[in-house]
Design a protein around this ligand. Structure first.
Ligand code: FBP
Length: 560
């Protein structure tokens, strides 16, 4: 057996908590239907595209004293998209629910993400195998991938593989794009009368797959706590040496929830929020002015150090960049198969091709960027058509532009300080951490609940466990139709049905907390040092949820 770390040995023994409604097993449940639903936008188009799965009601579960018998079922599970702490526990919860419902039930894991179901690559889970992964981080139990499921052939292949294995339900554990896959597959399976159900589970460290029924996606809790630990450590270092400005870019492809949460846990000097940049129509140069002003004012107080938190997706929210990137995305969709572009010998040739095709204004913006950023913007889009913002070094772009601005100010006698910057990018560091107690419990419950949804014959639903700031036994288990979260968006140059990302609400309590404290945190060092996630010890340390969840839930509870 592989050697395990001491923490791993102790974590394997942790028994995740379940909502009380699920504690008697999935055979002792009653389904309570809520009201019918509709998509967040573009209702007519979404309804037409999902004629068989649209408009279903939300559901919740109630525990009953009578136990029903559960027929034998084979289920397949897929981990999809970026890693998020707790994925293994979703599978463990699903496995335990399925085996407790009927020991003859089988769980298959498709390997390497959605491509596993198309290519028929799978394993069958056993107790021994799954037990090694309980409460561990990572997706290595079966691997993950970003294949988009959308073509008739892919659906047909998936069906053939399910038929071969006698699978009557598939669980897709993923973010907005992966659950869009789940919605499309569910619709195809119903339309073609296959009898195969599809259930999604809300995963993503980005925290942007949420609404009233999905209070947070799993992984956000652990990932943000990990980034906050690292930022806290850097703040201590900066405050000790007092010689560097640290520019920390934090993952979260579009929404700034992760950066915002990490900032609320650590109170750095500068926090940029992409949604605010877009709303205030801040140009790149006005962002540079805003940051430089704080750096200059701190230098005037003798402080040539500080910490700036930058959301990963920032570049796509700066209005002139947004327009240029949208134009570039359309062009890249054509250039991907254009030999003149593919075979261009130098990067300068590629820049020239792109600049020639961009609209005039967008070409100017593209051209104004340093070559390294121009090149990073040309990297392949992911299979869902997204720019891979994790590959764009926005933090370095900002450092370079601020340096020039400060030199200018210095030559005018308006800046007396010394600017020396370090850049960091925190993303992959947090995606596979051991899940916090919250994520360990939440994920296990989501997986367990996914089987309850299957047992009631539902399809096209997302596993929902809510009331998450209460103790786990008070959590409310149920499901929401995936179509409820959908709208039409442009991907790879075409309008497609996709799950709408939940962005930071600028009129919400979480952003307000930052806004109210920003100036104080900028000038007076109010750094917080959260330290590493604790798995054992006082509940006040081990079981705290994120500030985001607490503030959002408090607001929701206050409005009831
Ligand atoms: P998901 O939406 O699939 O959960 O992935 C989110 C994310 O972690 C983003 O924060 C990040 O921009 C992206 O994945 C990185 O993707 P990759 O792992 O393919 O480099």
């Amino acid at each position: 057996m592989t050697k395990l770390s001491p923490l791993q040995i102790e974590r394997l023994k942790y028994q995740p908590k379940l909502p009380s409604s699920l504690q008697n097993g999935v055979n002792s449940l009653e389904l309570v239907e809520g009201s019918a639903t509709q998509s967040v936008r573009d209702q007519e188009q979404i309804k037409a595209l999902f004629a068989n799965t649209y408009g279903k009601p939300t559901v919740t579960f109630k525990s009953t004293s009578s136990a029903s018998k559960s027929e034998v079922k084979n289920v397949g599970v897929i981990l999809s998209g970026g890693q998020a702490p707790g994925g293994h526990n979703v599978i463990a919860g699903l496995y335990d629910a399925l085996k407790s419902a009927n020991p003859e039930n089988k769980l298959y894991g498709f390997l390497g993400g959605p491509s596993g179901i198309i290519d028929g690559k799978y394993i069958e889970f056993t107790d021994e195998f799954i037990n090694e992964y309980r409460n561990t981080g990572g997706f290595d139990i079966i691997g993950s991938g970003r294949t988009k499921l959308e073509t008739e052939d892919q659906f047909q292949e998936s069906y053939n593989v399910c038929q071969k294995l006698g699978i009557s339900a598939v669980v897709i554990i993923g973010g907005d794009d992966s659950n869009t896959n789940a919605a499309l597959l569910a619709e195809w399976f119903v339309k073609n009368k296959t009898g195969i159900q599809v259930i999604g589970c809300p995963k993503t460290i980005d925290g942007d797959l949420k609404n009233e029924q999905i209070e947070i996606s799993f992984g956000f809790d652990t990932a943000t706590k990990t980034y906050a630990e690292l930022i806290g450590n850097i703040q201590r270092d900066a405050n000790s040496a007092k010689k560097y400005w640290h520019f920390v870019k934090i993952m979260g492809r579009s929404a700034s929830h992760v950066a915002l949460e990490a900032a609320l846990q650590t109170q750095p000097n500068i926090t940029l929020i992409s949604e605010e940049v877009e709303a205030k129509k801040m140009s790149l140069s006005s962002i540079i002015d805003y940051m430089s002003d704080i750096i200059v004012r701190r230098a005037n107080n003798g402080k040539n150090f500080g910490i700036a938190v930058i959301p990963e997706g920032l570049i796509e929210f700066i209005p002139e960049m947004k327009s240029m990137i949208a134009n570039l995305n359309d062009i890249m969709a054509e250039l991907e198969s254009d030999p003149s572009f593919i075979n261009a010998t130098t990067i300068r040739d590629k820049f020239a091709i792109v600049e020639h095709r961009l609209d005039d204004e967008n070409a100017k913006v593209y051209n104004s960027l340093p070559s390294i950023i121009k090149e990073q913007l040309l990297a392949d889009r992911d299979p869902h058509g997204n720019v891979q913002v994790s590959k764009i070094e926005t933090e370095k772009l900002l450092i370079e532009m601020i340096s020039s601005k400060l030199s200018e100010l210095k030559s005018n006698g308006e800046y007396i300080g010394k600017f020396s910057a370090q850049s960091h990018f925190f993303g992959y560091e947090g995606r596979c951490a051991f899940p916090s107690n919250f994520d360990a419990d939440y994920c296990y419950s989501l997986g367990y609940n996914a089987f309850a949804l299957i047992n009631f014959g539902l399809t096209g639903y997302l596993s929902s466990v809510r009331n998450l700031t209460a103790p786990a036994d008070k959590w409310i288990a149920g499901g929401i139709p995936l179509t409820m979260m959908m709208n039409m968006e442009k991907r790879h140059g075409e309008m497609k049905p996709v799950i709408q990302k939940a962005l930071v609400k600028l009129n919400g309590p979480v952003f307000k907390q930052l806004q109210d404290n920003r100036e104080d945190w900028a000038m007076n060092d109010r750094y917080l040092f959260p330290g590493a996630i604790q798995y054992f010890g006082p509940s006040s340390v081990c079981d705290i949820t994120t500030v985001t969840l607490q503030l959002e839930r408090n607001k929701e509870l206050a409005s009831v």
